[in-house]
Design a protein around this ligand. Structure first.
Ligand code: NAI
Length: 318
C-alpha cells in the first residue's frame, strides 16, 4: 500500500510539547511535513511556561524531519501562524490540540476556572484558526482539526467549564466546515482518549499503560491528509479504535391537532411523547436542512388538516 505522505505541506500542532500533540507532530514530521511544534509549556492547569517543544523538534530533526519550535500562547494564535509563514512560507494543516484542565464540582467553580479554560480551548482555537484561515482561502486548501472530548459531548462530573468549551469547539468546527467547503478547507473534530498528564490520575494504571497517544495519532494525522474524505465529522478514537459521533434529530410532531387550534401547556403535554420520540431520528448536516424539514412538515400538517376526517391517517405517521 502506498505511504500517505505530507511532502510540501506545512503543519502547525498546538500544545505539541507532550501527550497527544507530540505524537501528532512526530508522525507528521516522519511523513514529510514541515512542522511547527507549538507549546507554551505550562503546567496542566495552565500556570507557568517552559520549553517542552524543543525536545520534540530535536526528535523530529534527529529522524531526518523538518521542524521549528514555537512557545506562544494559543490565545495569541496569530503569532503561531506567523512562525509557520516566517519559517516555511505557508500553512496547510492546523491541529488545535493545546489544552489545560481546571476540574471542580460546579459549586466550587470560580470565574477564573471558567475563563481560563475557555481562553485556552475555545478562544485559542478561534485565534489560531482565524489567522490560518486567510492563507487557506487564498490557496484553496486547508485541513483543520478541533480537539473536543467525550466529556464535552456527553458531560462529565466536575468538568462544567471544560465540557462547555469542548462542545463549543464542535460548534465552531460545524460552522467552519460549511464556510470552508468552497475553498477546499476541511474542518473535523477529534474526541481522543489517551494516556497523558491530563489523564494520569483519572485512568486506572493498566489502562493508562495501554492507551498510548501513538494509537490515536495515525487517526488524527489521516484526518489532516489531502485524501481525507470528510468535513464536519466528529471522530472518537482510542486504543487503535475509531468511530464517529453525530447528533440526530427526531421526526417531531405538531403540538396541536389542527393549525387553527392554540398551542397551550396542555396541548404540549398531550403531544409531548410524539414530539420527542426518537424512533425515526436522522442526522442533520446543516441548519438549513432543519429549516427546510420544518417548512415541509408544517406544510404537510396544514394540507392534512384541510382534508376532512383525515386526522386519523395524519397521526398514524407519528
Ligand atoms: P497534555 O497536557 O499532555 O498536552 C496539552 C499541551 O498543551 C501541553 O503540552 C501544554 O503545555 C499545552 N498548552 C496548554 N495551554 C497552552 C496554551 N495556552 N498555548 C499553547 N500550548 C498550551 O494533554 P493531552 O492529553 O495530550 O491533551 C491534548 C488535547 O486533547 C487537549 O486539548 C485535551 O483537552 C484533549 N483531550 C485529551 C484527552 C485524553 O484522554 N488525553 C481526552 C479528551 C480530550
Amino acid at each position: 500500500m502506498e505511504q500517505l505522505r505530507f511532502d510540501g505541506r506545512v503543519a502547525v500542532v498546538t500544545g505539541a510539547g507532550g501527550g497527544l500533540g507530540k505524537a501528532y507532530a512526530l508522525l507528521l514530521g516522519a511523513r514529510g511535513a514541515k512542522v511547527v511544534v507549538n507549546d507554551l509549556g505550562g503546567a496542566r492547569d495552565g500556570v507557568g511556561k517552559s520549553n517542552f517543544a524543543d525536545a520534540v523538534v530535536k526528535e523530529i530533526k534527529d529522524k531526518g524531519g523538518i521542524a521549528v519550535a514555537d512557545y506562544n500562547n494559543v490565545v495569541e494564535g496569530e503569532k503561531i501562524i506567523k512562525t509557520a509563514i516566517d519559517n516555511f512560507g505557508r500553512i496547510d494543516i492546523l491541529i488545535n490540540n493545546a489544552g489545560i484542565l481546571r476540574d471542580k464540582s460546579f459549586t466550587k467553580m470560580s470565574d477564573q476556572d471558567w475563563d481560563l479554560i475557555h481562553l485556552v480551548h475555545l478562544k485559542g482555537a478561534f485565534k489560531t484558526t482565524h489567522a490560518a484561515w486567510e492563507y487557506f482561502r487564498k490557496q484553496k486548501y486547508g485541513r483543520v482539526i478541533m480537539t473536543s472530548s467525550n466529556a464535552g459531548i456527553f458531560g462529565n462530573f466536575g468538568q462544567a467549564n471544560y465540557s462547555a468549551a469542548k462542545l463549543g469547539l464542535v460548534g465552531l468546527a460545524n460552522t467552519l466546515a460549511i464556510e470552508g467547503a468552497k475553498y477546499n478547507i476541511k474542518v473535523n473534530t477529534i474526541a481522543p482518549t489517551a494516556a497523558s498528564r491530563l489523564t494520569e490520575d483519572i485512568l486506572p494504571p493498566e489502562m493508562f499503560e495501554a492507551m498510548k497517544p501513538e494509537l490515536v495519532a495515525p487517526v488524527v494525522v489521516y484526518m489532516t491528509h489531502e485524501s481525507f474524505p470528510e468535513t464536519g465529522a466528529i471522530i472518537d478514537s482510542t486504543l487503535g479504535f475509531a468511530t464517529k459521533t453525530h447528533f440526530v434529530r427526531g421526526y417531531g410532531a405538531p403540538l396541536r391537532s389542527k393549525p387553527s387550534d392554540p398551542v397551550t401547556l396542555e396541548s404540549v403535554q398531550q403531544h409531548w411523547s410524539k414530539a420527542v420520540n426518537m424512533k425515526d431520528a436522522v442526522h442533520v448536516d446543516k441548519m438549513a436542512d432543519v429549516t427546510l424539514d420544518l417548512v415541509e412538515k408544517l406544510q404537510e400538517f396544514q394540507e392534512r388538516a384541510k382534508l376532512d376526517g383525515d386526522r386519523e391517517s395524519y397521526w398514524s405517521k407519528y
